[in-house]
Design a binder for this molecule. Sequence first.
Ligand SMILES: [Cu+2]
Length: 146
Amino acid sequence: MQIKYKLIKILAVAVFLLPNFVTAAEHVIKAGPRAFEPPIIYIAEGDKVMFSKMVSHNSVSIDGMIPEGATAWAGKLGENINLTLEKPGIYAYVCVPHIGFGMLGIIVVGDINADEVAAYKQHAIDTLEGPYRRLLGLVNKLKATK
Ligand SMILES: [Cu+2]
């Protein structure tokens, strides 16, 4: 009986601590000939994003279209970069040589509500210029997650 009780106690503690041991999820964004696949992903804070098949492509965050205080990134041409995004919010990026084809993407980190989606959309309409306005096509597809 004593051992059984001890075992239950250990199990209870293990279940309580489990979330701390679960490693962050990994998400792969593949570069197709003229588009990122998938172009929009929804992930949790701290998850890892890996760009693959980036031959002749790059991934560069778009100024003003990532959360305030978040770290910008600029992958080199052909570089399969890995990102760990801790700060919640909406991140937009582009493949610079293929912006003319609309090769852009969005990563949503954490939960976003309808107001945040609307504010991001309005910010995109107000600030994006030239070929960067192609991002609006993706922004229009954004969905609130809470
Ligand atoms: Cu490209």
